[in-house]
Design a protein around this ligand. Structure first.
Ligand SMILES: Cc1cc2nc3c(=O)[nH]c(=O)nc-3n(C[C@H](O)[C@H](O)[C@H](O)COP(=O)(O)OP(=O)(O)OC[C@H]3O[C@@H](n4cnc5c(N)ncnc54)[C@H](O)[C@@H]3O)c2cc1C
Length: 551
């Protein structure tokens, strides 16, 4: 191990962040292993190899500028959390799932990490304003809905929502405890990960400015996530619209709500509020909700949401949003006809915009896509060597588990140079409506576009004994297979708890298990998973004509 020394300079004469950057550049000397220069604190902290450079010679470099003066030199021994052994130093900008996965992997590989986060609290989108609060409130709404709509004759339900504020309070407690356990406490277990609160701006391929503090490392990972995309609708900025960052914090329920958007956040949140008794209308620009999915999926979920009383308008062009005595009035056009709609609240759920602005990316040469996402190659390196990116900031596959996968992969590639390539084959995804919409791999249109000769087997839930026993036969299971090889290429499922079926198909795709073998596997009677076996049988037989468990 190299001998090292940690030193701190107190510096006079810095007047802005630019001064810190200038000093940081001056300190790019042989023997300087790490450096951070902070304008607000008027100091520089360095890790040096004392055999190659002395603190005095470095102070002299600063003093020679005539602008800045080192007035105190202190030597300290490694109490910062940044290693003093000259280890690889990864700077991670962002503090969400991608950042944490990257930082933990980096430490496992012997590196030190500085993680920089501001905007959302530590933990980022998933725990604070995304997966956790939404799924908790969706579950609460489901419990309320099911209690009021028992499906069995002879049972009547009369659940009362006594306090929505209490429901929101338990959500807050869950968010806060998971943020503590899964992020804040996790830092305690990883002494070589240092957390810095502040906005990170990229200065060059080894340097990040954090509100005046200059941090230097061996590589940078950008994991700054995404925020709600707010379309430029005239008047929208004059009303108090909700997004996923505020909707789950409402302490009282509005009477009515317009949801703009028709993809997963819009549909999940619309159904949640509707089930709590809010009169919900969805306005979607495309001619159908979930427009990237096959039409059978769209039609099924539209039907089930409308059946619960949600109004869905598609092919809509919104002209204007304005305040009105009852809340918000929206003027829109549908099939050439102008209409107005008034609701107490409006929720904007029109996609997510990568957090890339104001970070100096263009200046250092990190190229962005047309959507403002960071361009990376398959190893997750950006157009600047040594700068990597992971998670929602890539603008694609915006899931927490892909963010974590990418963060880990990027850290490995940055530190080891392994050049591992990302692989999204058999990527499962879920929309947590009820019934859920779930998918993995390709649908039939995508497969055919890729020149794969596919056929499909679609099994209505009414053929699945588990669904019959539950008296809930909403939805279907569709398997898509390569006709030549008998291998599955994808699945689409619309079913209550349908997401629980995905992983069997994902494993079959990933590990090349033919449909014939799936049919031969034991699937316990009456489980939902039997549906996969029955769907597999549907490729060659009509299960309607079979007795129970016969194949
Ligand atoms: C309503 C909703 C529900 C969702 N539900 C699910 C679900 O059920 N399952 C699922 O898999 N995924 C879900 N997602 C998606 C998932 O939350 C995200 O894919 C994931 O959290 C992205 O992680 P990330 O690390 O890339 O970014 P984030 O978690 O957003 O972290 C980025 C962090 O960087 C900070 N930051 C930004 N700019 C800077 C800067 N310049 N300097 C310092 N810090 C900065 C941000 O404030 C944030 O704290 C949901 C998302 C939403 C909005």
């Amino acid at each position: 191990m190299k001998p090292t020394k940690t030193i701190e300079f107190k510096i006079e004469g810095m007047t802005c962040n630019g001064c810190a950057t200038t000093i940081s550049r001056l300190l790019e000397r042989d023997g300087v292993l790490q450096k951070e220069v902070s304008y607000p604190e008027g100091r520089a902290r360095l890790v040096i190899d004392p055999n190659r450079v002395t603190p005095e010679s470095l102070a002299e470099v600063i003093n020679q500028t005539g602008h800045y003066r080192v007035v105190d030199i202190r030597e300290e021994e490694g109490e910062t959390g940044v290693s003093t052994n000259g280890a690889f130093h990864l700077i991670v900008v962002g503090g969400g799932s991608a950042a944490f996965a990257a930082a933990i992997r980096a430490e496992e590989l012997g590196a030190t990490v500085t993680m920089i986060n501001k905007g959302l609290p530590i933990g980022g989108t998933c725990v604070n304003v995304g997966c956790v609060p939404s799924k908790n409130l969706i579950r609460a709404a489901e419990a309320f809905h099911c209690a009021n709509h028992p499906r069995f004759p002879g049972i009547e339900g009369r659940a009362t929502l006594t306090s929505f504020k209490t429901v929101v309070e338990q959500k807050r407690q869950l968010v806060s405890s998971l943020r503590q356990q899964k992020y804040i406490d996790v830092l305690e277990w990883h002494p070589n990960i240092r957390f810095v609160e502040g906005y990170g701006k990229i200065v060059d391929s080894r340097t990040v400015d954090v509100e005046g503090q200059t941090i230097t490392g061996d590589a940078i990972l950008i994991a700054t996530g995404a925020r709600p995309n707010v379309p430029p609708i005239p008047g929208l900025d004059t009303v108090d619209y909700l997004t996923n960052e505020t909707a789950f914090e409402l302490e009282s329920l509005p009477k009515s709500m317009v949801v703009i958007g028709g993809r997963y956040v819009a549909l999940e949140t619309a159904q949640m509020f509707s089930r709590f008794g809010v009169d919900v209308t969805i306005l979607q620009r495309s001619d159908r909700v979930l427009p990237t999915e096959h039409v059978d999926v769209t039609e099924a979920i539209t039907h089930y949401l409308e059946e619960e009383g949600i109004a869905i308008h598609t092919g809509v062009r919104i002209h204007q949003v304005e305040k009105s005595p009852d809340g918000v009035t929206i003027t829109f056009e549908k099939q050439g006809a102008r209409q107005t709609l008034t609701a107490e609240k409006i929720l904007v759920a029109t996609g997510r915009r990568p957090n890339t602005d104001g970070m100096g990316l263009e200046t250092v040469g990190v190229k962005l896509t047309d959507n403002g996402a960071i361009q990376v190659d398959d190893t997750l390196q950006t157009t600047v060597p040594g700068i990597y990116a992971a998670g929602d900031v890539l603008g694609e596959n915006m899931f927490v588990y892909t963010a974590a996968y990418e963060g880990k992969l990027a850290a490995e590639n940055a530190i080891t140079g392994a050049g591992k390539r990302r692989d999204y084959s058999a990527l499962p995804w879920v929309i947590f409506t009820d019934p859920q919409v779930a998918g993995v791999g390709l649908d039939e249109l995508q497969a055919r576009e890729q020149g794969i000769d596919v056929d499909t087997a679609t099994l209505p839930l009414s053929e699945v004994p588990r669904a019959l026993a539950a008296r809930d036969t909403r939805g279907f299971i569709k398997l898509i297979r390569d006709r030549q090889s008998d291998m599955l290429v994808g699945a689409r499922i619309v079913a209550p708890e349908g997401s629980e079926l995905l992983m069997e198909v994902a494993m079959a795709i990933k590990y090349n298990i033919p449909v014939e073998s799936l049919k031969d596997m034991f699937h316990p009677y009456l489980t939902l998973s039997e549906g996969i076996k029955l769907a597999a049988i549907t490729f060659t037989k009509d299960v309607h004509e079979l007795s129970c468990c016969a194949t």
